[in-house]
Write a protein that binds this ligand. Structure first.
Ligand code: NAG
Ligand code: NAG
Length: 369
């Protein structure tokens, strides 16, 4: 893989001002998001204040809400955040990401990023947990600015050691763990031989299993882990076919990863004493992305995408990506008219509306929580 591609993969990867954490689900903004508002009202319940469930979030850009370096990371630059809250917040999207939707499901505020913990402490925002995810992370080392998942778990362990979070806090918590494929991007961009894929995938899932077991060992009773999304359908891949065709070779590897992960989750659940509770829950991003890409997410209303494979924000040529600017600050990318009609925001990340569609498709899956 050439350096341009590597650069675009780097984006998979790669920063809210603390005050934003007080503002969740107030308005979804923009007419295209009527379904979202509707689901909000369907969602019912108020934020419960006394002892809300906490969220601890680990992983990469699919769940990072601002840990990445400001202002260097793309996620801290225009046009990221234009839909919500109207400026960049460190999310790799035009608005909300998976974390925000899971928080909504749990009726809590999106937890404060680890990076902003000192500010959040003063604002009493630690009661919703904390987000340790960094865009670009894998289970193994990927990019120097992205602490791997083991290091992110170390961060939580340190905070427990310092009594920032207590055992009781952990008991009322849910962990969200995202592995969206950075280990694989790096493998492919560096030494990756075709025969090496299966052993490497096995190694990645084994390490993920170790991480999940460790999070549970810290006292977190519910752990949600994402299945890998269809990498072969991401715009970074489908650009080769003008956003028409998913790469089935890549998706077969993704299916192998997901099969191993499913086995790991079953094994982890069987190790847990209480068989009535699903402790480890696999969040099926593969099927939910596919449902959205095939315009088959319909339970909650009319979630529809005009051309779901085509990203909203794209570089004017292959040298540029969403958000790139030239030497004189001139834009080197274009943005679609309505991000609320696009599934993908940039070459690897869904729009807020895309995440909403995924969240809608995951409703049955989330009932296990
Ligand atoms: C995670 O990063 C730390 C610090 O760089 C390193 O010591 C550790 O070996 C890494 N863990 C894995 C599983 O790669
Ligand atoms: C699909 O991806 C594989 C692995 O990255 C690549 O070798 C192959 O050329 C791609 N196929 C098509 C049709 O683009």
């Amino acid at each position: 893989m050439d350096s341009k591609k590597l650069l675009s993969l780097y984006l998979l990867c790669f920063s809210l001002l603390p005050e934003l954490y007080g503002v969740v689900w107030v308005s979804a903004g923009g007419g295209a998001h009527r379904e979202q508002r509707r689901s909000q009202s369907l969602g019912g319940g108020e934020l419960s204040d006394s002892n809300p469930r906490k969220m601890f979030v680990f992983g990469d850009s699919y769940v990072d809400t601002g840990n990445n370096r400001k202002p260097a990371a793309k996620s801290w630059q225009y046009p990221y955040g234009i839909t919500f809250p109207g400026k960049p917040t460190g999310r790799f999207s035009d608005g909300r990401v998976l974390t925000d939707y899971l928080a909504k499901y749990l009726k809590v505020k999106s937890p404060i990023p680890y990076k902003w913990r000192k500010v959040g402490f003063g604002l009493g925002q630690l009661k919703y947990g904390m987000n340790f995810a960094y865009g670009g992370t894998g289970v193994f080392n990927t990019f120097v600015t992205s602490p791997n998942m083991s290091t992110q778990i170390d961060f939580l362990q340190q905070l427990v050691g310092e009594s920032t979070f207590t055992g009781r806090d952990l008991l009322s918590s849910v962990a969200l763990v995202s592995l969206a494929g950075n280990d694989y991007s790096v493998y492919q961009a560096t030494n990756g031989s075709p025969q090496g894929w299966q052993p490497f995938i096995t190694k990645v899932v084994n390490q993920l299993e170790v991480n999940l077991r460790r999070i549970h060992g810290l006292g977190v009773p519910k752990i949600v882990v994402t299945a890998l999304e269809p990498l072969g359908c991401l715009p970074s891949t489908t650009v080769a076919s003008s956003f028409q065709q998913c790469n089935s070779t890549q998706n077969q590897l993704v299916n192998f990863h997901n099969l191993l992960l499913q086995q790991s989750v079953a094994k982890l659940n069987s190790e847990v004493k209480d068989p009535s509770a699903s402790t480890f829950i696999l969040l099926d991003l593969y099927s939910s992305f596919m449902a959205a890409l095939n315009n088959k997410v319909d339970q909650l209303g009319n979630v529809k995408f005009e051309n779901p494979m085509k990203p909203c924000c794209v570089g004017i040529s292959s040298e540029y990506a969403c958000g790139s600017v030239g030497a004189n600050g001139e834009k080197k990318y274009t943005i679609c008219e309505d991000p609320g009609a696009a599934f993908f925001w940039d070459e690897v990340h869904p729009t807020q509306y895309g995440w909403y569609a995924v969240y809608s498709a995951l409703q049955a899956n989330l009932k296990q929580l």
